[in-house]
Write a protein that binds this ligand. Structure first.
Ligand code: PHE
Length: 349
């Protein structure tokens, strides 16, 4: 029973606590202080079997040791905790250069669409939308296209395959946003002042100036007493807001089945300022939209009396305008998602 009060081995263990690592420390704490299997408790229990005169002193020594162990374990735990905190901190190198945040920016075509819509909104126009799948009636007939118009040819228009029981009225992907004019005029009484942004589709393969899917912005104003003067004034104002106060504009006669008279609006070349360059093919002018007075036939088809109501409409292509504005030589760049191209437009970066 010498072991009972020979505390040398326990003192050695106490000395070693300060060099234990975290997992050894946990195991040693259980081995020494554990209530059931712990060494100290075993020794305390064994006190009963040593001579009475030694018991008191041995008990006191064991209790002192117990306190010393508790303090040693706590101290060691604190040292290890502090060390691991320092290690975590030194893993961060505050001298490393920061990683630049990726800042996205809006696509140039989105930018153009939003700017155009915003200008018309400020003039009192509201936004109207229509479906991309249309029927022939709204895409063509109600817009005064004659039944054999070449635009309706399969070469130009993407028709939906409706199977063998196809209805007489074929469905198609709208080739322009003009059918939404009809939806607006048949949807409620005038006056109307709307802009209609949206995707349109044509059976054209991609080439430098064509895409099978592109966007348009349509405009429609119908009220009492509206004349061609309103059309010219509004679109001229628009061009100057959008492209700059000294932008020159001109209107050339043109033809669309659903407007009469019809015109195309040109602006002074955005790249050479009018001197003539390859972008404007030496003319100094760029065509940016088609327009005209809403055709009588179209008004009547929407139950509007042309004696009471008159109006004008326009249509333009945001991809085309983005190309003219930024000097983009190939429309496919606007569809590529190529960051080398797109990052040049970053406004936020
Ligand atoms: N819808 C015509 C096109 O796609 C553009 C247009 C719209 C012309 C409205 C006149 C009035 O070419």
């Amino acid at each position: 029973m010498a072991d009972t009060y020979d505390l040398t081995s326990l003192r050695d263990r106490l000395d070693r606590v300060a060099s234990l690592d975290a997992s050894a420390l946990e195991a040693e704490e259980i081995a020494v202080l554990g209530r059931k299997q712990g060494e100290l408790n075993a020794r305390l229990k064994a006190l009963g079997s040593i001579p009475i005169e030694q018991r008191r002193e041995a008990g006191a020594s064991l209790n002192t040791l117990k306190g010393e162990f508790e303090a040693a374990f706590a101290a060691r735990r604190e040292v290890l905790r502090a060390a691991s905190r320092d290690a975590a901190r030194s893993a961060i190198d505050p001298t490393m250069p920061g990683r630049a945040a990726w800042v996205g920016s809006r696509h140039p075509v989105t930018e153009v669409i939003d700017e155009i819509v915003e200008i018309f909104r400020s003039l009192g126009f509201t936004v109207a939308l229509g479906p991309e799948v249309e029927n022939e009636e709204l895409n063509f007939h109600a817009l005064n296209f004659p039944p054999d118009h070449p635009a309706m040819d399969m070469h130009d228009t993407l028709y939906l395959d409706q199977g063998r029981d196809a209805p007489a009225e074929r469905l198609l992907l709208r080739t322009h946003t003009s059918p939404v004019q009809i939806r607006v005029m048949r949807g409620g009484p005038p006056p109307y002042r709307v802009v209609i942004p949206g995707m349109v589709y044509r059976n054209d393969p991609f080439d430098p100036s064509h895409a099978p899917a592109f966007s348009q912005i349509e405009g429609l104003a119908v009220d009492r007493g509206i004349t061609f003067v309103d059309l010219k004034a509004t679109l001229t104002h628009f061009a100057r807001r959008f492209l700059g106060a000294d932008t020159r504009v001109r209107f050339r006669p043109s033809f669309f089945p659903f407007t009469e008279p019809s015109a195309e609006m040109d602006v002074g070349c955005l790249l050479c300022g009018g001197e003539g360059c390859s972008a404007c093919k030496g003319t100094g002018w760029m065509e940016i939209l088609g327009c005209g007075m809403v055709h009588e036939q179209v008004l009547k088809g929407c139950d509007l009396d042309p004696e009471e109501w008159t109006g004008w409409a326009f249509g333009m292509g945001p991809q085309r305008i983005a190309m003219l504005r930024y000097g983009v030589p190939d429309i496919r760049l606007l569809y590529s998602g190529d960051m080398r191209f797109l990052s040049q437009f970053g406004r936020l970066a």
